[in-house]
Write a protein that binds this ligand. Structure first.
Ligand SMILES: NC(=O)c1ccc[n+]([C@@H]2O[C@H](COP(=O)([O-])OP(=O)(O)OC[C@H]3O[C@@H](n4cnc5c(N)ncnc54)[C@H](OP(=O)(O)O)[C@@H]3O)[C@@H](O)[C@H]2O)c1
Length: 271
């Protein structure tokens, strides 16, 4: 298993025992069934976009290593493994793919039952203007879970041709791939159980577009201080709002709160 929150997960390492305690909605519950606790809504007829992110106790998303690995832990990686096994597609921004060294996702043997009737591994979808992507992410994906790349018509043409040799390439007109483009592209392919693993810039675009359905947030017992970005970055402010104000406030409901080894695992669902 990778030591990062977001990188590819190795399949063979023996799983360390982890006890998750449910704090909400039923305090004291132990031995939480992660597959049940994080099941996607049944019978989805459109993509459901779930994010899985980790933050420090003071709200930082990137540690001294420049990655989120400083915040991760055995229980956090256990939940990440379950979420990956449950999803149809893992969606990331290209910077996260580069920094975290993304390759094709692998699913632990313990979770293989969750893949019944689907490809053995979820596909990875990546959003990029530059098409500067890790080679293994393009060439290493299995044929039934090819990597899906969303880019704009302003991306380098030669790179588009190279990427299209190995991956499914979706080229949209204009300066940006919008979250709606991504959701439509995934819907066309029947990829309804979406797991985005960030990064903060891509996640901010989904929040701003009102297209994030769920946030799975690990609160990690660390303090990172003011130098670290939050789990959302960039984005617009409300016109005329004070400099520190947000452009929006979307209510979410806490579906559950788990604890293991001092980390909290909250599942928030929109509306
Ligand atoms: N705490 C956590 O849970 C967590 C999770 C993930 C990542 N991270 C950390 O966050 C950092 C990376 O995240 P980030 O926010 O900087 O970047 P990011 O959101 O992962 O990726 C940004 C990149 O995605 C592409 N992109 C995003 N929106 C686009 C759009 N609308 N149209 C076309 N392309 C678009 C562009 O790629 P190109 O540059 O290729 O054009 C852009 O530079 C790393 O340090 C990583 O370790 C933390």
């Amino acid at each position: 298993m990778s030591s990062t929150h977001t990188g590819a997960e190795a399949p063979a390492a023996p799983a360390a025992p982890v006890a998750f305690r449910e704090l909400l909605p039923s305090p004291g519950g132990r031995d939480v069934d992660l597959a049940a606790a994080y099941a996607y809504p049944a019978d989805l007829d459109r993509p459901w976009v779930r994010a899985n992110m980790v933050a420090s106790a003071d709200g930082g998303a990137v540690g001294p290593s420049g990655r989120s690995r400083d915040l991760s832990s055995v229980p956090d990686r256990r939940i990440m493994g379950a979420l990956r096994a449950l999803c149809d597609v893992v969606l990331v921004g290209a910077a996260t793919a580069r920094v975290e060294g993304y390759g094709p996702v692998r699913v632990r043997r313990a979770w293989e039952g969750l893949r019944a009737g689907r490809a053995r591994t979820p596909a990875v979808a990546v959003v990029s203007r530059s098409l500067d992507l890790p080679a293994d992410l393009l060439t290493g994906a299995p044929p039934d879970a090819r990597t899906l790349v969303f880019t704009t018509d302003g991306s380098p043409e030669r790179r588009r041709r190279e990427v299209a040799e190995h991956a499914d390439l979706v080229v949209v007109e204009g300066a940006s791939v919008t979250p709606a483009h991504v959701v439509d592209g995934l819907a066309e392919r029947g990829l309804h159980r979406v797991l985005t693993e960030g990064g903060p810039h891509l996640l901010a675009e989904f929040v701003a577009a009102g297209l994030l359905d769920e946030l799975c947030l690990t609160l990690s017992p660390h303090l990172l201080g003011p130098g670290s970005p939050r789990i959302v970055a960039g984005g617009a402010q409300a016109p005329g709002a004070p400099e520190s104000a947000s452009a929006q406030s979307t209510p979410v409901r806490m579906a559950h709160l788990l604890e293991a080894e001092g980390s909290l695992f909250a599942r928030y669902v929109r509306g």
